[in-house]
Design a protein around this ligand. Structure first.
Ligand code: PHE
Length: 452
């Protein structure tokens, strides 16, 4: 039996801080720049923004509506809103997705802690980009240190989740998210004023649509889902903590805008520096860990910047990992009547076990591949492009075709203030446009261009 939550967000600003905290994370600062780099730059960016507007925001609204209406976790919500039907399987997929995401996400989150540590110890000073790249590879291909940081990160996540929703997450995110924004803007300014930076900006903003394959289109959609935290029930879970008088339409638009602005700023931070410092394509997961230390070295007060910056990336990651773990914890707690403490321990330990394989896949398990991908790459690929993409698809189908227009509009439009034309357009997108677009892209990518 699902239990109605007592703990919840105190205000609209609290909801936005927490949901934006979930959305803004490594997806923006670490994943977006290198995925954009690998998929052609400008054209990818345009598609990405298009998907955020046309698919991301409607899915986000659907999740908030499902969560708040049912006041339940990612799986229980479907059981409650569609009893006796197999729709709860969407929730199950979301819970599996939480495992997949957190396993590789905690690897990279651990790296951010190592980089906080290194920046405190002046570890980047006087090093060339090449040397920084070698250092990154040496660190990540080890076992002890990356695993240690990953476990520390999982413990931090567990510690916050254990404290509940309002006291920890909401308070911390309200202060830290604005700080992150200010710092990113400062680093952007440094990056674009480096000589030769304009080529990087051109790469990011000049579209070359001829480079786009179905795969790249799927990557843009997957990245939009990943970055907005949609498709797996994180926002269903958070939705269940939102008060009835909080407007869901404006909240979704504000969260999605904040997330997109931060992703674009991350691109502005990385690409000009990459081109200006003449490294060519040091693509892949190491991109920010090599480029940013190089930028910090070339700025006055750079070593202080480096410390604060990596600390903030860690915090941005933490406000995201909390929301992923919360999906599992809310599920265990409500469906199995576990205490929050027990649910947190069980969730953390089981995810960490999978996480070890992801971390080691840069070192001792480098040669273990499935479908030609290492464990880390597979989890990273599967999460955005399979789990979240299909999760988003089924969520809009559920909202559009099962939940029904009147329940959806009623929940979205608590105070009856939204113009009916707006709600009609949203419902049309949710019923027809979003599902057809997602299905067409997925079919194109998987069946025309091959599975992975
Ligand atoms: N949106 C987060 C990020 O961009 C990652 C995330 C995905 C969090 C899915 C929750 C659910 O870093």
């Amino acid at each position: 039996m699902a239990i109605v939550q007592k703990d919840g967000f105190s205000s609209k600003f609290g909801v936005i801080a927490a949901a934006a905290g979930s959305a803004v994370g490594l997806g923006n600062i670490w994943r977006f720049p290198y995925i954009t780099g690998e998929n052609g730059g400008g054209a990818f960016l345009i598609l990405y923004v298009f998907f955020v507007i046309v698919i991301g925001v409607p899915v986000m609204m659907s999740e908030f509506v499902i969560g708040r209406r049912s006041e339940s976790n990612a799986l229980g919500s479907f059981r409650k809103l569609a009893p006796g039907t197999p729709w709860w399987l969407i929730g199950l997929m979301g819970i599996i997705a939480a495992f997949v995401i957190l396993s590789f996400y905690s690897t990279v989150s651990g790296w951010t802690l190592e980089y906080v540590f290194q920046s405190i110890n002046q570890g980047f000073t006087g090093k060339s980009m090449n040397q920084l790249n070698i250092d990154f590879v040496t660190f990540t291909s080890g076992s002890f240190r990356p695993l240690l940081w990953q476990m520390i990160f999982m413990l931090l996540t567990a510690a916050v989740v254990m404290c509940g929703v309002q006291k920890g997450i909401e308070k911390a995110t309200k202060i830290l998210m604005p700080m992150l924004l200010v710092l990113i803007i400062a680093v952007c300014i440094r990056s674009v004023t480096l000589t030769g930076a304009s080529e990087g900006l051109r790469f990011l903003f000049e579209p070359h649509f001829e480079k786009l394959t179905f795969k790249a289109v799927l990557m843009a959609l997957g990245q939009a889902a990943f970055s907005l935290s949609i498709g797996m029930g994180a926002l269903i879970t958070y939705g269940s903590y939102i008060k009835k008088d909080t407007p869901l339409l404006s909240t979704s638009i504000q969260v999605a805008s904040a997330d997109t602005i931060l992703a674009i700023l991350s691109g502005i931070m990385i690409f000009p520096a990459l081109f200006a410092l003449g490294v060519g394509n040091t693509g892949g997961p190491g991109l920010v860990f090599v480029t940013l230390p190089a930028i910090f070295q070339s700025m006055p007060g750079g070593s202080i910047f480096a410390i604060v910056f990596f600390l903030l990336i860690s915090v941005a990651a933490l406000t995201s990992t909390i929301s992923v773990l919360e999906v599992v914890v809310a599920y265990l707690k409500q469906e199995f009547n576990m205490s929050r403490l027990k649910a947190t321990i069980l969730g953390t330990v089981s995810i960490s076990i999978l996480g070890v394989f992801c971390t080691l896949s840069f070192g001792p398990l480098k040669h273990v591949t499935i479908f030609g991908k290492t464990v880390f790459d597979l989890m990273n690929y599967l999460s955005a492009n399979v789990f979240l993409t299909f999760g988003a698809l089924f969520i809009v189908i559920f909202t559009g075709w099962k939940l029904g227009k009147s329940s959806f509009v009623d929940e979205l439009n608590q105070s009856g203030k939204i113009n009916p034309i707006v709600t009609n357009v949203i419902v049309f997108i949710i019923k027809f446009i979003a599902p057809l677009a997602i299905a067409a892209i997925a079919i194109g990518a998987f069946f025309i261009e091959g599975l992975t």
